[in-house]
Design a protein around this ligand. Sequence first.
Ligand SMILES: *Cc1c(COP(=O)(O)O)cnc(C)c1O
Length: 465
Amino acid sequence: MKNTPLSIRETMFAQNADKQLFEQAKSYAFAYMDEVNQRRVFPADQAIQKLTVFDEPLPDTPQLAAEILELLDEVGSPATVAQTGGRYFGFVNGNTVPAAVAARWLSDSWDQNPALYVISPTVAKLEQVCEGWVRDLLGLPSETVAGFVSGTSIATMCGLAAARYTILKNQGWDVNADGLFGAPPIRVVASQQAHGTVFKALALLGLGRNRVELVPTDAQGRLDVAYLPKLDANTLVILQAGNVNSGSFDDFQTICPLAQSAGAWVHIDGAFGLWAAASPTKQYLTKGIEMADSWSVDGHKTLNTPYDCGIILCRHRDALVASMQATGSYIQYSENRDSMLYTPDMSRRARAVELWVTLRFLGRSGIAELVDGLCDRASQFAEQLAANGFHILNDVVFNQVLAACDTPEETKATLAAIQASGECWCGGTNWQDKPAIRISVCSWATTEEDVDRSVQAFINARSIL
Ligand SMILES: *Cc1c(COP(=O)(O)O)cnc(C)c1O
């Protein structure tokens, strides 16, 4: 038989048929899972330098897929940050529950696009179920609808877009048709410590960063109600469930009724903190959130779904749908859930699959146990650090701890030594104008022993100065 090379299509049919590539990827993934907790948490310089291997010209011809996977594992994997281990405390990066990763592998092989019901009835159904479950877990009003987006940044943008639409509509202005030029002004009220993505969303929506009426915060970074300006029906109020540094929660019970009686729109950025509502012991932190108009939250932080899981929740379906509206002669909406009505994007991945699996795997009590576990490890961290001469700068009410040494210089040098140690990883921040070490306990895999070992890494880092 003549030995003609396979066409690229024949090659791919063969890859799907013999499954070897998938077995290969699975074996790398399993090896990664087995050793992640023995790795340096932040990769070694040597591993990072080796990434230059990827700086090559685009190949002129097809390459061997098995060799590509091998290269990815050999060069890419050692330079990953070991955040699925138990000693990564950077940003508010969650881990992933194993059931969700497994389901994602399956769902990736389906390659569904949830834009419209007719493109994926399965994902439309799972989104509808997740919408109800999340609404229920967080104690939000029964009319609340959900859109599944990439993260809280986009979820916040959606909530603020719905607010913009509604506030202007109430003044007889159609922002979708006529834009913002010449529109009546919208007031925006937010705390001085609103998350950077809130200001980004305001900028994207033409509401401007510098027009915001910034309200001073108290010692924990909560909006100080004493400085809240008088609200009216042209006002958008942006509150926070979980300050990104201290983990503190705004006083929803006081502010939401004020906003409600003034006819203002309240959006709550609850990227990681909104899940407090799902824990009987932490629920007190979110009292009053049900009086807001829209909420943004992540699955990929506290809930530990894989990345790419943000949720916009809005109690005014019409406002959200009007703000996300897209038309085209070929887009035919159905009687069922057409997901693109609730999101800025049309085509996207079926991210609700992992959310559904995570919620169903954990169940109500498992979610509470997960949230409480993160908070307990954070408290343990704070207590042990304090016992070893570190200063704890915040009231540890959730999963965030801010720590410092005796002087700003010592804090900075200690943080650099912790990061270089590979034992654990924390980021730095500025808290009340001084450098601080920021610890976010956000992984189900963090054990009491991981905290012990990380506290030891802090002590060692300080003593080598
Ligand atoms: C992480 C975070 C965001 C941004 O969320 P992404 O999912 O990264 O887009 C917004 N607000 C707060 C309080 C956060 O912690």
